[in-house]
Every structure is written in C-alpha cells, then in structure tokens.
Ligand binder design. Structure first.
Ligand code: NAP
Length: 559
C-alpha cells in the first residue's frame, strides 16, 4: 500500500528493523495495514546491524534463532554453524527483508526523537532526528531490548588521542587492529566474545575487569551436510517443543531432581550440560538459579573447570566470580576466553583492587601504574529493556512523559501495554520474556499479539487501546515476586537496571517463562483484551469484551 508519509495517517509506524520490526512489517502489510518503519541504521538487522565486533555470535543455536512462520524460508536458508556469527545472522535478516520486500516500507537513517499522542484524534505524531514527521494510529516500538549502548563517563576519556571503539556500535569497515596496543573495558558477553579475536590482532591487550563473570565455552561446531539434513527433517518437532518451552528453545533440564540424584549422577549431568555449551549449563537441574544447594554444586563444578584452564594463580583468583551466584547474571558464552589469559600479549587488570584513576591522551592510568594504548574498546553494556523507550521523548495521555513515568519504576501490562500510552505497543519491552527467551520466536509472538489487537479494535470500532493501570500494576508486581524468589531478583545486573546509575532497581524481563507468557497473552486476547481499556474518538473510555464482564481473565497458576 503506497503511503504519502508527510500527509497520510498510516495505520502503523514501526520503530526498529530487527527481528520484531521485520516480522511485524511483513505481516502488517500482508494484512492490509499501511506501514512505515523507521530505523536509525542504514539497513535492516537491529542488534545484528550494530554489534559487528570481531567474534560476535548468538548464544542461541542458529536453527532455533530464526523465524518459524515460513516453512519454505526455514527449509531454504542454510545455517552453516551451530551458533551463527553476526555476519551470518545479518545475512539471514537481509535475505528475509529481500524475500518480503521489507525495505519498501522502511525509512533508514531515521532515529526516533519524539512521539506525541493526540487525545482527540487518537493519532500519534512521530518525529525523527532528521525532521521526518509521521502520523499513525498505532506506534509499535520494536526498538530492541539491548539497543541503547552505554559509554561510561570515565575521567579523561575525552582527552584520549587514540581510537575509541564500542562493541555495540562497531564500524562497518573493520578497523585495522594489527599490532595495536588495545585496552578492553568490560567483560560481559560482548567483551568476552571479542577478546580472543582482538588478542589475535593486537600487539598487546589489557583487559579491564570490574566484575568477574561466569563464562562457559560454546562447544561450537560447523553444521555438516548430515547434521543440516537432520535438522531440516526435525524442524517441525523442534519448533513445536520450542514454542511450548520456558525459553523458546528445545532444551530442558535433566529429568531427575538434583536432590534425588546421586553424587555421581550430579557430576555426570553437570558434565553433560557443560558440553551442551554456554547458557545451557544453567539448565542442568531445574532450580539451579533459585536453590542455594544446586547453585553451589554447579559453581563448584564451574570453578574446577576454570582452574584447569588458567595458568597464573593470581589471574585465576581475579577471574573467579565472587559477587553473584552462577546464572543470576546472564552466563557468557565464549570460545577460548579464559585461555587468552595464558597468552603473553594479554594482561588482566582487576579494577576492584586496581581501579582506573583516569584516561589520558596515550592510555589508562590505574592506581598501580600506566598502560599505553592506541585503541580503547568499550564493551560496557546497554541501558537494557527501557533505554530505547526512554531515550526519545514519548508523550502519552495528558502529555505525560514516559521517561518521567518510569523514573521510579517500570509498570507494563504483558510488557506491551503501558498505562497512559494508548496505542503504543512495545515489543520485547520490560515485562515481556524478551532477553530470557529466544528472541526470534518471542518477536513473532509479540508482533502477532500487536497486530491481532489492532485488527480487533478495527473490527469492533475502537480507535484506541490502553493498558489498565491496575492490571499493569498487578502484572508487574507478580513478576517482581517471581524474580525475588530466585537469585535473579537481587543480582546487580542489567536485568535489574543495576548497571545504570540512577535507574530504578527492579527485575525487568518477565521471568515466568515463554509458554506461560504466551498463555497469559492468549487469555487476554481471547477475552476481548481484558486488561486493556478500549475506546473510540467519539465515546469516552468504553470497555468492551465479548463476554460482557470487562474483567481481567483469571490468572493461570503456571505463569
Ligand atoms: P554487559 O553484560 O552489561 O557487560 C558490560 C561489561 O562492562 C561488564 O563487565 C561491566 O562490569 C563493564 N562495565 C560497565 N561499566 C564499566 C565501567 N565504568 N568501568 C569498567 N567496566 C565497566 O554488556 P554486554 O557484554 O554487551 O552484554 C549484554 C547482553 O547482550 C548479554 O548479557 C547478552 O544477553 C547479550 N549479548 C549476547 C551475546 C551472545 O549471544 N553471545 C553477545 C553479546 C551480548 P560490571 O559487570 O561490573 O557491571
């Protein structure tokens, strides 16, 4: 459908061209909705457009981390490795964009700066940094859970004369790092993935570690012809299991509960899940991230593995995680990370005992001395889940500002609806499973829910849908209670906003599991979107539902 962007009120503006934006654009246009997408990047890809640092790959297996809605696409696209690299995932998303002419509906190089809700016309006015103005009935924020990178304000950073790189905004033309003296700041998933590749290039690299993380080898391999054929033949079943799982992938915990297993069985299960690789280790026994005994046993196992890799005793002490239980922060997935610290050109600076004093033109001064650098690489994380929603000025009903509304804490209904912000649907936002699940599948589910809500409103003559404050408060409180019954809730992590100074401390993603979340969403849609206030421009705040009750559906016990 051709759209005159300056004059028409389009049905949907989609912010973001990653998995969620692409899915929503494909299906909205197929379902006869007019769509304009915007993205700050010059092309599709979302997180995979920006995070093109050396070593970047997904920690969900490639055959799971892809769209499931198109069987032909699923069979045609050939993944070459167990965990896909960033170039391969970006290639895949470009292929999907080509296949469905997604780019026809997008304006690239357009960063959202402002969105304002017009209460009388029920239309959002959306403005970009370049001054593009769009009018739309529905604003779908598919702007990413980890898309607002953070560059820490370290004293003297502006005075550095060398090159400053960020893993989350890596240049499209790979910088030449051969023979350089690099400082790598940050040892989360990105820094841990990048180090082996940077160390191969650099003359010398100093790793500045603020908190030692748990990192587990990926056990990565190339998918040979037979493995690929088997994967293709089993795709349907694998997807069925994934859609019914707690995290959107087919892996489940060992069937015998930890407390019923013998010492030998426990050891063999940990070994088995260790070799499954990366984050899958946390699935070894159900309850590993909530039960102190299981967690302690898993940690012991991890520490024995670590001690077998790292040669230098002090480096081993410094690399040993001390601040968080295993799995409370996102487990990192690596390929040769700890081994790097046995190399002559890699040095670890443990910031808790040797903090950075300042950065100068030639390098970094820590309490114990000076380190010369030509390049500083920041792998310092993101303002996760809320950052992409609070960076632009988003004004809802009564001119309320989203950033201000969330100053002391985030409240959403299903992660998608925000009280006071009608017709704004945030995909993979705080309160949804997002980063705790397979983002490819959860993006499909979120996009589908958003489009179904739009169609429902259109069919029933409603021009606006807004999450009810009471329902959203209940949803949010329930998630907090769930998180607090595990180690996740109290951890200092980006899941809880602890990595951003001044950010409210709360557990942001929905922790009740992917399948239970889908069931919660389904029961909302099946009851006429109870939990949302539906209205039209001529009648004030009319609640509808086909069963006439207007009540929120009863909560299912399993979410
Ligand atoms: P991150 O996990 O937040 O790690 C940021 C790192 O920077 C941490 O080590 C942090 O230390 C450090 N840091 C922050 N500010 C600092 C400062 N002022 N001085 C020194 N160190 C500082 O970010 P990330 O590594 O980009 O990963 C974020 C998430 O993205 C991951 O958890 C994962 O979900 C996703 N991701 C996935 C993959 C994959 O699929 N394999 C790869 C990359 C990213 P503290 O721990 O002390 O805060």
């Amino acid at each position: 459908m051709a759209v005159n962007v300056n004059e028409d009120v389009v049905d949907v503006v989609i912010v973001g061209a990653g998995f969620a934006g692409i899915y929503t654009a494909i299906h909205a246009t197929k379902e006869a909705l007019s769509v304009v997408g915007i993205d700050a990047a010059s092309d599709v890809g979302g997180t995979w457009f920006w995070n093109r640092y050396p070593g970047a790959r997904c920690d969900v297996e490639s055959i799971d981390y892809s769209f499931s809605f198109d069987e032909e696409l699923q069979q045609q696209w050939r993944w070459t490795e167990r965990y896909a690299t960033q170039p391969e995932i970006l290639g895949y998303l470009n292929h999907v964009a080509d296949r469905y002419n997604v780019r026809d509906h997008y304006r690239f190089g357009e960063r959202l700066t402002e969105a304002v809700w017009n209460e009388s016309s029920h239309v959002w006015q959306v403005t970009t940094e370049n001054g593009l103005t769009l009018l739309c009935r529905w604003l779908v924020m598919a702007s990413g859970s980890l898309s607002q990178p953070v560059l820490p304000p370290i004293r003297g950073l502006d005075s550095f004369d060398g090159e400053i790189l960020m893993t989350a905004a890596w240049p499209e033309k790979d910088p030449d790092l051969r023979g350089k003296k690099i400082g790598l700041i940050g040892t989360g998933s990105s820094g841990i993935q990048a180090l082996p590749h940077l160390a191969d290039e650099a003359e010398a690299i100093v790793v500045y570690q603020r908190t030692a993380n748990y990192s587990i080898p990926a056990f990565h391999w190339e998918l040979d012809g037979q493995q690929w054929q088997e994967a293709q033949a089993n795709y349907g079943e694998r997807r069925r299991v994934s859609w019914n799982s707690l995290a959107g992938s087919p892996w489940t915990s060992h069937p015998t509960p930890f407390h019923d297993a013998s010492k030998e069985e426990r050891e063999s299960v940990f070994e088995d899940f260790w070799t499954k690789g990366g984050v899958l280790f946390a699935k070894a026994f159900s309850g590993l991230t909530a039960d102190p005994d299981i967690n302690a046993a898993a940690t012991d196992f991890f520490l024995k593995k670590l001690a077998n890799i790292v040669d230098d005793p002090q480096t081993l002490v410094d690399l040993t995680p001390k601040d968080q239980p295993l799995g409370a922060k996102r487990i990192c997935t690596d390929s040769g990370y700890y081994e790097c610290f046995n190399r002559k050109n890699v040095e670890l600076v443990n910031l808790p005992s040797d903090p950075i004093v300042s950065i100068g033109p030639d390098g970094v001064t820590t309490q114990s001395g000076f380190h010369q650098h030509d390049v500083l690489v920041f792998a310092t994380g993101f303002d996760a889940l809320t950052g992409a929603l609070t960076a632009p000025t988003i004004r809802g009903r009564g001119n309320r500002l989203l950033r201000a509304q969330w100053q002391d804490g985030v409240t959403t209904f299903l992660g998608m609806g925000i009280p006071g912000f009608p017709n704004l649907l945030s995909l993979n936002g705080p309160g949804s499973p997002s980063v705790l699940s397979n983002m490819a599948l959860t993006s499909e589910q979120q996009g589908r829910f958003a489009l179904d809500l739009i169609h429902y409103c259109d069919r029933h003559g409603f021009s606006s849908a807004e999450a009810r404050a009471d329902t959203a408060a209940e949803w949010t409180e329930d998630n907090a209670n769930r998180a607090n019954s595990t180690f996740f809730g109290s951890a200092s992590s980006w899941y809880t906003g602890a990595n951003i100074e001044g950010k409210a401390r709360e557990f942001l993603p929905f922790i009740g599991g992917f399948r239970p979340y889908i069931e919660a969403c389904d029961s909302v849609s099946e009851t006429g979107y109870a939990g949302f206030l539906l209205s039209n421009t001529s009648a004030n705040r009319v609640r509808t539902d086909p069963h006439g009750s207007g009540q929120v559906p009863p909560r299912k016990e399993n979410y």
